[in-house]
Write a protein that binds this ligand. Sequence first.
Ligand SMILES: [Zn+2]
Length: 132
Amino acid sequence: MGDVPPPFDALWFQLLIGFVVGITLGSFITMLSYRLPRKLSIVLPPSSCPQCRAPLKVRDLVPVFSWLITGGKCSQCGAKIGRRYLLIELITGIMSAIAFGVIGFRWELAVVLIFIVTLVTFLTICFEKKQK
Ligand SMILES: [Zn+2]
């Protein structure tokens, strides 16, 4: 990796970027795992609260931090937002950080990230089916 300029060659930087990318993917996964089994479009409409249908604002869509700031509640109606959203985002963040750290900024990373998203989405949907 000698041809990668700093700070891209630093492990801390790879882990940080990996984590930020990962929690964003995790947020995407929570949306996929909700909509795919219900045969809803994954493009439209924009995400809304399942309780009050209020569309989520930008400040509600920041992975991990939105949940922590609101204490896991809808900012409109106060309905509880499952801890699993936070968990999925964190787990994906950690997996992605490890992938960035091990692989570095190379194209193989994209393949691994797609694999992680597919795996976590699949496991989440299976887990939710079992809950019913
Ligand atoms: Zn709500």
